[in-house]
Each structure stands twice: as C-alpha cells, then as structure tokens.
Design a protein around this ligand. Structure first.
Ligand code: ADP
Ligand code: MG
Length: 264
C-alpha cells in the first residue's frame, strides 16, 4: 500500500482536486474545481448543493469509481490513484454505498439482499449471522424472509443501509439517500445513519440537496459549480443559526453571531 502521512484521526484528505468532463463540441465542464477537504473519522458530513454542483462526482472519486484530473484523494492513508486495479477493487469492497433508488434485487429476500455483496466471496465471518445482526440494527429483523416488494420505501432503504454495512466499512457514501422518500421517512433514515455512526464509529458522506437532511449532519459542505462555498460545523451553530441554515440562508440577519468556518 502507498501510505501518505496523515493525522491518525483524519480519514479523508482531498488536495486541490479537479475533475473535468469533455463533452463533444463544448467547452470542458469542470465538475470539481480545486476542491480541498479534510474529514475526521466518525464524522457525518453532508454535501449539499444544487443539482449539477458536483456532489455525485465527489462521491465517485471517494469510492475510487472515478479518478481526478488533478489533485489527490487520500482515504485511510491510501492515495487512491496509486492503487492497482485489484487494490482498487479491494478498496471498493470495503466502502458502503447507499443510493437514491434502493437497488435491491427483487427476487432475493431481505436477508439475501443484505448479504448479496459478499455472496461471491469466501468471508471469515458467517454471512447469515452478520446479515441478521445488521437487520436488527436497522429494525427489520422480523422481515428477513420477505421480498423487497412487500416493504415500504423507507424499509427498503433500511435494507440498503444494512447491505452497505455488510463488510464493516469505515466509510459509507450515500448519494441522495432520502431523495425518493417523503420528508418524515427521509428524516428517519438520516437518524438511522446518525445512530449507526454512534454505534459503529463509521464516517459517512451524504450527498443531498435537502437542507433539512443536511442540517442534521455534523458538518455541512455546500458545493456550487464544483467549488466548496461553505463549510460549517453544525455543532458550533446557535439554534437560530441552525434554523437559518435549514431555511437555506447563509447567515442570520445582522446582529447574530457568525458561523464557525472549518479550515479545509
Ligand atoms: P450533482 O450530483 O451535484 O447533481 P454531478 O456530480 O452528477 O452533480 O455532476 C456535476 C457536473 O458534471 C454536471 O454538470 C454533470 O452534468 C457533469 N457530469 C457528471 N458526470 C459526467 C459524465 N460522466 N460525463 C459528462 N458530464 C458529467
Ligand atoms: Mg448527484
């Protein structure tokens, strides 16, 4: 492994990351424009911003599903660009993914969906036992033999969250995980992610354009046109400031104290 020096409590370091997409007959589109960012282990980070601002692109780079044109992406001391193809595949197996569309396999039971990512592999753990443990953690142990079609959208997303955890990832990437859910169900999924972070110490990056979801996270980045315009430690906010965040305003009216900005 190619280790990069980083502080032990830092899981993710992005340095000056640029990702451009070439589109025929058009100027290249800069999806990420010199993004630098450090993320401490155990943090739940919201990546907010409008559609097309680069949220998914950032998650794809963190998943080693894509590589930057410039800059470095380091996760857990590993410079992702320097991994071989087989090392990248191994790296991806230890990242959890949650998607907007739950992507459950309709012909498999709930339990088999949870263990589907490890079915092709020999594991040193009992797949069924761990799958059941995770279904308990997401509150669906009584549904393990059912097919996904019997479950509500929120329940299906809980199954997808359990599936994301089957390999005990230290990093979970969630791309608009509440985008197909009503707001109460979406909030419940976000609460589940926050609880799992407490229990398992995982680091979670959640792309969302829902400010209510984003404001439940520990930290909120705001991407616009591929740049980080705003980086806020939610715990440092006073209640009125947090409310203004939820309303999508940058700051409370004059007179309120200003939000603490984190260095990147
Ligand atoms: P978000 O997830 O915030 O909606 P994306 O990261 O998907 O934004 O996209 C950022 C920008 O990059 C958008 O303008 C999008 O059209 C463009 N883009 C993303 N992926 C590709 C691709 N594979 N080819 C061309 N353009 C892309
Ligand atoms: Mg997206």
């Amino acid at each position: 492994m190619h280790m990069v020096e980083s502080q032990a409590d830092t899981l993710i370091v992005l340095e000056d990351v640029v990702r451009r997409f070439e589109i025929a007959d058009r100027r290249p589109l800069t999806a990420l424009d010199h993004v630098s960012l450090g993320v401490r282990r155990g943090t739940v980070v919201a990546i907010s911003g409008p559609s097309g601002s680069g949220k998914s692109t950032l998650l794809h780079l963190l998943a080693a599903l894509d590589t930057p044109d410039e800059g470095t992406v380091v996760v857990d001391g590993q410079d992702l660009r320097r991994l071989s193809h087989s090392e990248q595949a191994e790296y991806r197996r230890h990242i959890g993914f949650v998607f907007q569309r739950f992507h459950l396999l309709p012909a498999l039971t709930v339990l088999d969906n949870v263990i589907a990512p490890v079915l092709p592999y020999r594991t040193e753990f009992d797949k069924q036992a761990r799958g059941r443990e995770l279904l308990v953690a997401v509150g669906l142990d009584s549904r393990e033999r059912q097919l996904p079609s019997r479950l509500s959208g929120g329940e299906q997303q809980r199954v997808a969250v359990a599936r994301a955890l089957i390999n005990r990832p230290s990093l979970v990437l969630a791309d608009e995980p509440t985008g197909n859910l009503d707001s109460a169900t979406g909030a419940a999924i976000m609460d589940l992610l926050l609880t799992l972070r407490e229990q398992l110490g995982i680091t979670i990056m959640v792309a969302t354009h829902d400010l209510d979801i984003a404001s439940r996270c520990d930290r909120m980045l705001r991407l616009v046109d591929g740049r980080i315009l705003d980086d806020v430690d939610m715990a440092s906010l006073s209640e009125p400031e947090a409310t203004w965040r939820r309303l999508g305003r940058l700051a409370p009216p004059a007179g309120g104290s200003s939000a603490t900005r984190l260095g990147s």
